[in-house]
Design a protein around this ligand. Structure first.
Ligand code: NAD
Length: 248
């Protein structure tokens, strides 16, 4: 098993890519501390994970709430003694054209997708520094690389995630610490986040995608798995596209 004995925190763990990753990591022997705002969806995830080699331990957590974040991270460290992997996967969209975007829409996306990643990493990093090792995986997007009409807020956060990834890859590796920080940039993936995208837009994106189809959550989860495992022990500061070739 590729993650046997590893303690992994995954945010946004109860749906889409986070859910696929939680199940895959548990199958590979990890203790998955599954964090999400949705209690009900977490309960379903735990049921689905029963019988897998590892386990899914659910935590109702809003990544924008710094008090909750530090409480949950302390609870996990007290329970398991360490954190090997952090996957900053939670993310939302609130789309609108620049001239129509409200301050609320801007703030909501910045808070979850950018500040949430900062909150989680700031709480987890001291434990990885103490252990001298760890792997942090941040979920960016192709939108953070090439922009997208109607996604000013989302593009800002996903580009910001790439900046934080490269900064932390340098900062957290000081004094010989084997702490790796990488980003994954998915393209168009079939999850609840994309289920309301109009058919016309899907067709236009697929026409520009060499593999000419949407990706599955599992196809992203497998890249998280590689970055979480010791197989990627010399990979840090990278942005790995999982986009069917959309950004070439
Ligand atoms: P999803 O909507 O299926 O799942 C997101 C999960 O995050 C949900 O379970 C939700 O409850 C949780 N969440 C939302 N706000 C939260 C908060 N404040 N604290 C904790 N959890 C919270 O979305 P998905 O498609 O699986 O997206 C996962 C990640 O992948 C996101 O960061 C998203 O931006 C990114 N991404 C997705 C796509 C795509 O095409 N689906 C493409 C590029 C990037």
């Amino acid at each position: 098993m590729r993650l046997e004995g590893k303690v992994c925190i995954i945010t946004g763990a109860a749906s889409g890519i986070g859910k696929a990753a939680s199940l895959l990591f548990a199958k590979e022997g990890a203790v998955v501390c599954a964090c999400d705002v949705s209690k009900e969806a977490l309960e379903n995830l735990v049921q689905e994970a029963s019988g897998l080699a590892g386990k899914v331990d659910p935590y109702v957590l809003d990544v924008t709430n710094r008090e909750q974040v530090s409480k949950v991270v302390e609870e996990i460290v007290n329970k398991y003694g360490k954190i090997d992997v952090l996957v900053n996967n939670a993310g939302i969209t609130r789309d609108a054209l620049l001239l129509k975007m409200t301050e609320e829409e801007w703030d909501a996306v910045i808070n979850v997708n950018l500040k949430g990643v900062f909150n989680m990493t700031q709480a987890v990093a001291p434990h990885m520094i103490k252990a001298g090792k760890g792997s942090i995986i941040n979920t960016s997007s192709v939108v953070g690389i090439y922009g997208n009409i109607g996604q000013t807020n989302y593009a800002a956060t996903k580009a910001g995630v790439i900046g934080m990834t490269k900064t932390w890859a340098k900062e957290l590796a000081r004094k010989g610490a084997q702490i790796r920080v990488n980003a994954v940039a998915p393209g168009f993936i079939k999850t609840p986040m994309t289920e309301k995208v109009p058919e016309k837009i899907i067709e236009a994106v697929l026409a520009r995608t060499p593999l000419a189809r949407m990706g599955t959550p599992e196809e992203v989860a497998y890249v998280y798995l590689f970055l979480a495992s010791d197989e990627s022990s010399y990979v840090t500061g990278q942005v790995i596209g999982v986009d069917g070739g959309l950004v070439i």
